[in-house]
Design a protein around this ligand. Structure first.
Ligand SMILES: C[S@@+](CC[C@H](N)C(=O)[O-])C[C@H]1O[C@@H](n2cnc3c(N)ncnc32)[C@H](O)[C@@H]1O
Length: 185
């Protein structure tokens, strides 16, 4: 697949998202992820929640050029099936490791360390995920959490934790009505 075909394929995924209510990242969100990967040049990406692979493929477009691996977790067999079909369509070869599991259970068992982590679902559990991944990070890392403005009310414990621990963060309103938190060490 050439880059134009991949773009067309992503547009189809997005159209599918709109008609089937799959909450993929927005185009601006995808652009932000790609730009951050270009800047950070991570070695190992962890995505907590694949859905139909829209965000995974967007990240892969940049990641494969710099030999960066992506591990992505999804517990819904249906979403992952779509993901695996998408996998065959675009030929991601060895760059993507797709895990079908509950992220809460599988993260503690992961043996690798990651330097770029994207978390995209269950705002109420963002703090739990942050705590789970602390010891899965390299010394220098980037963590991005999606939808943190619109759903701020669902993640009060997360914001309190950042405040209590005096953890500096960037709140970036990348979409018209929402945005991401960027944590960097
Ligand atoms: C917001 S979507 C991910 C969207 C994807 N990052 C994108 O932008 O294309 C969230 C996904 O997380 C999955 N999910 C929710 N809770 C999970 C859990 N505990 N473990 C694994 N996957 C989970 C849901 O099935 C859903 O497909």
């Amino acid at each position: 697949m050439n880059s134009r075909e991949i773009e067309e394929f992503l547009s189809e995924l997005k159209a599918y998202w709109i008609s089937n209510d799959i909450p993929n990242v927005t185009e601006k969100g995808a652009q932000f992820l790609k730009d951050m990967i270009k800047i950070k040049k991570p070695k190992n990406i962890l995505e907590i929640w694949t859905a139909n692979w829209y965000s995974t493929i967007q990240m892969w477009i940049v990641a494969q050029k710099i030999w960066t691996k992506i591990t992505t977790i999804e517990f819904s067999p249906l979403s992952r099936k779509q993901a695996l079909n998408n996998f065959k369509t675009v030929w991601f070869d060895n760059f993507i490791n797709s895990l079908e599991w509950n992220a809460l259970d599988i993260i503690p068992t992961l043996e690798e360390k990651y330097d770029f982590i994207f978390i995209d679902w269950m705002k109420k559990r963002y703090l739990d995920f942050l705590n789970l991944i602390w010891d899965k990070t390299e010394s220098w890392w980037v963590i991005i959490l999606d939808d943190v403005i619109k759903f701020k009310h669902k993640m009060e414990n997360f914001y309190e934790f950042l405040k209590e621990k005096n953890i500096k963060y960037n709140l970036l309103p990348i979409d018209e009505d929402d945005g991401v938190i960027l944590l960097v060490r």
